[in-house]
Design a protein around this ligand. Structure first.
Ligand SMILES: Cc1cc2nc3c(=O)[nH]c(=O)nc-3n(C[C@H](O)[C@H](O)[C@H](O)COP(=O)(O)OP(=O)(O)OC[C@H]3O[C@@H](n4cnc5c(N)ncnc54)[C@H](O)[C@@H]3O)c2cc1C
Length: 355
């Protein structure tokens, strides 16, 4: 957000360029709004952020997110509540928790998850039916009551409208000379300058199913075809997502069949659902699948948000804003690779075939 002419006369605020208007860039621009910020974007329609489920799910992601990120993730949910509450537009933000269910033969996966989450208890058929009547056929589940979800398209549109938005490619080297700080949030597009960054494809199917209803995201625990379903307004559901080590964004027949079969196994009404869209997004990821803030001269790179861009972007954005303002932020050490060599020491997480 540009400072007003009146402010600019007295301006001591640094001039900041944000490259990329995915969830990371827009969160950064929002956190930095007291400064003189210009956002550059190459077109966010196919960004990872535009494909995301919008789940704010630290506990359901416990097999993908180390325990020491939990506090930051919980902070991420609190920050979204604050950010979205501060916008003029009303944005979907639901704190209804999330539910993980499993077919009878796969209940051991729920037990494995529950063992990692001692405060969460396995629930039975009655409680599942009370939470989600459409899932009354399931007899075992994990209810993660403090999780939340939002609607990524609404969030991105509202945040983009609240910052100056320049529709063009940013040349980081040129910006570095013109601005006091450059916040590089180009997602996977930054891989050409960052050899550690890779793309991990996530394929999704969007359907309308008038005979099914959910009040919260639901995950199906399965050894080969785990999936999640995120409810959107008007009986629309996002079914996702694959986790494929590839940066090409084509959706394969195999993936589409698997996602749709898994949805059908969750509830037979998906056989008659209307397919609205099939898409893929490329998650930016580092070898340890953890996000990083890298500071080099006046360029601050925020990348590698992998499966947790919505969950962690506002926390990383607050770290960047505090760093520029010269304030202490206790979460920054989680994301820094220079000062904190955990990124180099931690073994790469086992790559799995599905999300
Ligand atoms: C299918 C799927 C589901 C997901 N679900 C969830 C979820 O439920 N919860 C969650 O927390 N995370 C989820 N994620 C992960 C999350 O979407 C990503 O971690 C996050 O979107 C990464 O955001 P980003 O801003 O770093 O990158 P991106 O979203 O890729 O944004 C990068 C932006 O930079 C722009 N750009 C590129 N080059 C330039 C340039 N030279 N100049 C200017 N702009 C440029 C691009 O146009 C783009 O708009 C999901 C991801 C996928 C693929």
């Amino acid at each position: 957000m540009k400072s007003s002419p009146q402010n600019s006369k007295l301006r001591i605020a640094p001039k900041i360029a944000v490259a990329g208007a995915g969830v990371m860039g827009l969160s950064a621009a929002h956190a930095l709004r007291q400064f003189d910020v210009t956002v550059f974007d190459a077109g966010r329609e196919n960004s990872a952020s535009a494909m995301a489920g919008g789940m704010l799910a630290p506990w359901a992601e416990i097999e993908h997110l180390p325990q020491n990120f939990l506090d930051a993730a919980v902070e991420g949910i609190a920050l979204w509540e604050k950010i979205l509450g501060s916008l003029d537009e009303k944005i979907e933000f639901h704190c209804n928790g999330s539910l993980i269910v499993a077919h009878k033969d796969d209940e051991y996966i729920l037990e494995r998850l529950a063992a990692k989450l001692p405060q969460q208890k396995i629930i039975g058929a009655e409680k599942i039916a009370a939470l989600e009547p459409s899932l009354s056929r399931f007899t075992s589940g994990l209810y993660l009551k403090d999780e939340a979800h939002t609607n990524p398209q609404q969030v991105l549109n509202a945040l983009a409208a609240s910052v100056i938005h320049i529709q063009e490619n940013a040349d980081i080297k040129a910006l570095h000379k013109k601005f006091d700080y450059v916040i590089d949030c180009r997602g996977f597009a930054a891989a050409k300058d960052d050899k550690d960054l890779r793309g991990v494809k996530g394929e999704i199917v969007i359907v309308r199913n008038k005979d099914f209803a959910l009040s919260r995201p639901v995950r199906l625990a399965h050894p080969r075809y785990p999936l999640y379903i995120v409810p959107r307004p008007d009986n629309v559901f996002m079914i996702g997502a694959t986790l494929v080590e590839s940066a090409d964004n084509a959706v394969t027949v195999k993936s589409a069949l698997e996602l749709l079969s898994a949805a059908f196994s969750l509830h037979p009404s998906f056989a008659e659902a209307e397919i609205l869209n099939i898409q893929a997004g490329i998650r930016p990821a580092y070898p340890d699948n953890l996000p990083r803030i890298t500071i080099e001269d006046n360029i601050i790179r925020c990348n590698g948000l992998f499966r947790h861009g919505f969950l962690l972007a506002p926390v990383m954005a607050a770290c960047v804003a505090d760093f520029i303002a010269g304030k202490q932020n206790n979460f920054i050490s989680l994301f820094r690779s220079e000062n904190d060599d955990h990124h180099h020491q931690r073994p790469a997480q086992k790559r799995q075939l599905r999300a």
